[in-house]
Design a protein. Structure first.
Lengths: 120, 172
């Protein structure tokens, strides 16, 4: 009996709440990755400015239209340029940013290999 | 020999990191919009300011004519400064001025036009600011020079005599 109750509660509560949460999570994730252009050092998610509030509405609309996260980023990129994204793509201005950690990791690995493993 | 490689590579790595961060300091951290690229004007549906009837963007902008789209609001102080320039530009009658009323109280907006005059051939409403985003705008006032459904130039902030002269050069 207890098991049945538990099962019913799960069925009733789980689907509806998880769908709403999904939508909200997605919206928050996207707005956190969009820079509020008129504020300094704030994301659209953090800001309550006129511009940021309108942007949140647009993100909601685009999500309802069924656009994916990447499509929404692409949309804002064509409107405002790369600067609006906190997470920039790989291009000629950002390749150092992307490749440096890998390079440091490799060099570090080489040093460790040379000084510890070869010594043995 | 082995002892020298380690400090040497550490110095080089720190040198590279220092160089990158130092270069990063020079970059501007303020949004600088691209004002010169030609872009197609967006397609949108909205409401007309006086009649509150639905309008499509395609019916506002015709081909082979110059337009200025001016984003304004009654609460925006610089809009008051630029308004006389728009009035003058309208008197010259060389181009059509279209207004976009941005996130405004419509009564205040009507009073604003009564007080300072109406230079706009047509005005449409952007109540929640989403149409302004379609245009790539991020504040008021902002003006777009349009020809053949393309944005030729974007003016951010209030227009002044210098910019009006520049617009006149374009439409000559």
């Amino acid at each position: 009996m207890k098991f049945l109750k538990f099962f019913l509660i799960v069925i009733i509560l789980f689907p509806s709440s998880s769908i709403n949460a999904d939508e909200n999570d997605k919206r928050n994730k996207i707005t956190k990755n969009l820079r509020c252009l008129i504020c300094q050092g704030q994301s659209v998610y953090d800001s309550d400015s006129e511009f940021a509030n309108s942007l949140k509405i647009v993100v909601d609309k685009k999500l309802q239209e069924g656009l994916s996260e990447d499509q929404i980023y692409e949309y804002f990129k064509t409107k405002y340029g790369e600067w609006i994204l906190y997470d920039p793509g790989l291009n000629k201005n950002t390749y150092i940013l992307w490749l440096l950690p890998i390079l440091i990791f490799l060099i570090g690995g080489a040093i460790i290999y040379k000084s510890f493993i070869v010594k043995k | 020999m082995k002892n020298k490689i380690l400090p040497f590579s550490v110095i080089i790595i720190f040198g590279i990191i220092f160089f990158i961060f130092y270069k990063g300091l020079e970059d501007s951290k303020i949004y600088i919009p691209d004002v010169n690229t030609k872009k197609e004007i967006p397609v949108f549906n909205t409401k007309e300011f006086f009649s509150r009837e639905n309008v499509k963007s395609s019916s506002i902008f015709e081909l082979d004519k110059f337009y200025i789209l001016n984003i304004w609001s009654s609460w925006c102080v610089p809009c008051r400064q630029e308004h006389p320039f728009l009035m003058n530009l309208n008197l010259e009658n060389k181009l059509n001025i279209i207004g976009m009323n941005y996130k405004d109280n419509l009564k205040n907006a009507e009073n604003f036009l009564k007080e300072l005059g109406n230079p706009y051939k047509e005005i449409f409403i952007d109540l929640d600011g989403t149409i302004a985003i379609e245009w790539g705008a991020y504040g008021v006032p902002e003006s777009f020079l349009i020809y053949n459904n393309e944005i030729i130039k974007k003016y951010i902030g209030p227009l002044n005599q210098e910019l009006i002269d520049e617009i006149n050069l374009f439409i000559k």
